[in-house]
Design a binder for this molecule. Structure first.
Ligand SMILES: NC(=O)c1ccc[n+]([C@@H]2O[C@H](COP(=O)([O-])OP(=O)(O)OC[C@H]3O[C@@H](n4cnc5c(N)ncnc54)[C@H](OP(=O)(O)O)[C@@H]3O)[C@@H](O)[C@H]2O)c1
Length: 274
């Protein structure tokens, strides 16, 4: 039987305790990658580690870390070095949104979001990328969003900005690595079933959206895997999401901004905690 692509190569997945990250870990393990599972909820990671070992016979390591801690990326890198685990695939997936208008939130919440979804993503690429280039094999999936292709929305203020950053970062890294066999892909899902909207506290509003615009994490993860193996710098999941992104690029910007203003699902101001 032909060896699987992963062939025991280690893939580190952030935000593997739920949603899309969990599915990405499963898909990489299915293709023969060992997995290093990172998130805050250790019990969930341990359960997933058992599952991937049982189902796919690969190794699974658990690393509990809070990526809002500026020291976390370096600690993760150092821990991998200490255990002699050479990371060949990096999946920067951990993420969430801070609901409410910018002015109604605490700076500490926004700062943490930037740390998790911007700084940690860039730093982990910066830490693990050189080793991949030197070994001439690397696969990096940076989970962005359809939101990164659309104008900024009211509410969840830094979300679209952080995802636009992830898309541009991934495009640049993909170009810088055309001769290293390191593939870098920005994954841009639209609405995807996960815990994201429970964490954001807007599940009831989300349940009113039509079923056809939702995708499952499993399909999103499989498309991500194929895209990074093919070396595609950006993938938008699903036909509808591709049409939305195309319209946002092609329609007159005044019209696009007017449409964004009409659709303010995220915009409910959240009372500022004391
Ligand atoms: N669901 C969607 O509709 C959608 C659409 C487009 C893009 N995305 C993106 O997809 C990615 C995954 O989101 P999801 O939908 O799968 O949401 P989810 O089910 O809520 O999962 C989020 C993951 O991120 C981890 N995480 C959050 N804060 C963290 C922190 N400070 N340190 C370490 N890990 C942290 C969580 O783990 P712990 O809580 O255990 O730490 C969890 O594993 C995010 O980047 C999100 O922006 C989602």
């Amino acid at each position: 039987m032909a060896a699987l692509e992963g062939n025991g190569r280690p893939a580190l997945v952030t935000g593997a305790s739920a949603g899309i990250g969990r599915e990405l870990a499963l898909v990489f393990a299915e293709h023969g990658f060992d997995v290093v599972l990172v998130a805050r909820r250790k019990e969930r990671l341990e359960a997933l580690a058992q599952e991937v070992q049982g189902r796919f016979g690969v190794k699974a390591h658990v690393l509990a870390a809070d990526l809002a801690d500026p020291a976390a990326p370096r600690q993760i890198f150092d821990e991998m070095a200490r255990q002699h685990i050479m990371i060949d695939a990096l999946i920067n997936n951990a993420g969430y949104t801070v609901p409410g208008f910018f002015r109604d939130t605490h700076w500490e919440e926004q700062k943490a979001l930037i740390q998790v979804m911007v700084t940690a993503v860039a730093e982990l690429c910066h830490l693990f990328g050189p080793g991949m280039a030197a070994r001439r094999y690397g696969r990096i999936v940076n989970v962005a969003s359809l939101a990164g292709h659309l104008p900024g929305a009211a509410g969840g203020t830094l979300y679209a900005a952080s995802k636009a950053f992830v898309i541009k970062l991934s495009e640049s890294l993909a170009l810088e690595n055309t001769d290293t066999n390191v593939h870098v892909t920005a994954l841009c899902p639209g609405f995807t079933y996960s815990e994201f909207h429970d964490v954001a506290g807007n599940r009831a509003a989300m349940n009113k959206l039509p079923k056809f615009i939702w995708m499952t994490g499993d399909v999103v993860a499989r498309q991500a895997y194929d895209a990074v193996m093919e070396g595609r710098p950006v993938i938008i999941n699903g036909g509808i999401n591709n049409i939305i992104a195309l319209l946002a690029r092609l329609l007159p910007q005044r019209l696009v901004h007017a449409l964004m203003a009409k659709n303010q699902r995220n915009a409910k101001a959240k009372p500022r905690a004391a």
